[in-house]
Every structure is written in structure tokens, then in C-alpha cells.
Design a protein around this ligand. Structure first.
Ligand SMILES: Nc1ncnc2c1ncn2[C@@H]1O[C@H](COP(=O)(O)OP(=O)(O)OP(=O)(O)O)[C@@H](O)[C@H]1O
Ligand SMILES: [Mg+2]
Length: 141
């Protein structure tokens, strides 16, 4: 994974294509945290991952749902958005600990709301706005 970073990505289509490519490095049980401001491109990157895992239908920001489960993907893809959560208890209430045990890839938008809830070994992608696009960097939690 690390060898793909840092990288500049300058269109929404390229963001999806990058997610598609990254998915080859993800397997069941992996957690991917996407850290970036409003409109950074987190959902576009996730769309590319979902497409690579076999999903043909839309992938949208789960801002109101808090979590979307894509069971037509293989492995299954669980897409979280912590933006509207006020406290980690809300995350526990939707079954966070059970999700961590699932045979699935977990992708989180706004993980920086509750950094303490991110398990060790999480793949973290930081997305920054730069002139004309985005700069992505990588770290492991
Ligand atoms: N690499 C990129 N370069 C330029 N524009 C991009 C890039 N990635 C995404 N965009 C554009 O940025 C906007 C926001 O994308 P997206 O919804 O994926 O962001 P997000 O990080 O999920 O936002 P939110 O925090 O609101 O959920 C869209 O209009 C999209 O077309
Ligand atoms: Mg989003």
C-alpha cells in the first residue's frame, strides 16, 4: 500500500481509479480511515474500492445513515461516516465492536472524530486540498 504514496490526484475520476487500485491491497478484516476536510474526495475513493469489489450500483456518503453495508461486494464493504456522531457511545450503539469482527473491509469517513476508536493497524489516508486537486499521504495507526 505504502508504495503508492504520497500522490497527487486531480480529478474525481482519478480518485475513483485510485480507490480501485488500492483495493488490491485490502483484505477482509482491514480498516481504512479516510482523513480529509469536507469535499476532500473520501466518498469518491470509496466508490472506486466498491467497484473493484464487485459493486455496480451507487455508493453515497452515509452521512445520515451513519453506516452503509454493501453485502454485494466481496469481501463485504462497510462504509461509515462519523461526521454527525457526537460521542463514541453512538458508535458503540450501532455495533462498532461487532463490525470489527466481521469478515469485511471497513472504510471510515471522518475517523478523526474519535481517533481512540481506530484499531491498531488501521490504514490511514490523509487527503489535503492542493491547487487543482488533492494530495494523499499514508500512515498506519
Ligand atoms: N482528487 C480530486 N480532485 C478534484 N476534485 C475531486 C477529487 N476527488 C473528489 N473531487 C470532487 O470533490 C467533491 C467532493 O467529493 P466527495 O463527496 O467524494 O468528498 P467527501 O470527502 O466524501 O466529502 P464529505 O466530507 O462531505 O463526505 C466532488 O464534487 C468531487 O467531484
Ligand atoms: Mg463523503
Amino acid at each position: 500500500m505504502q508504495q503508492h504514496f504520497p500522490v497527487e490526484i486531480n480529478s474525481p475520476e482519478a480518485m475513483k481509479a485510485f480507490g480501485f487500485k488500492l483495493s488490491k491491497h485490502l483484505s477482509s478484516g482491514d480498516v481504512l480511515a479516510l482523513i480529509g476536510d469536507l469535499g476532500a474526495g473520501k466518498t469518491h475513493l470509496t466508490q472506486g474500492i466498491a467497484q473493484a469489489l464487485g459493486r455496480n450500483n451507487a455508493v453515497t456518503s452515509p452521512t445520515f445513515a451513519l453506516v452503509n453495508e454493501y453485502t454485494d461486494c466481496s469481501p463485504e464493504l462497510i462504509h461509515f461516516d462519523w461526521y454527525r456522531m457526537e460521542a463514541p457511545e453512538e458508535l458503540l450503539a450501532i455495533g462498532w465492536e461487532d463490525y470489527l469482527e466481521r469478515d469485511a473491509i471497513l472504510v471510515i469517513e471522518w475517523p478523526d472524530r474519535f481517533p481512540e476508536m481506530i484499531p491498531p493497524g488501521t490504514h490511514c489516508i490523509h487527503i489535503e486540498h492542493i491547487d487543482g486537486g488533492r494530495k494523499l499521504s499514508y500512515a498506519i495507526a
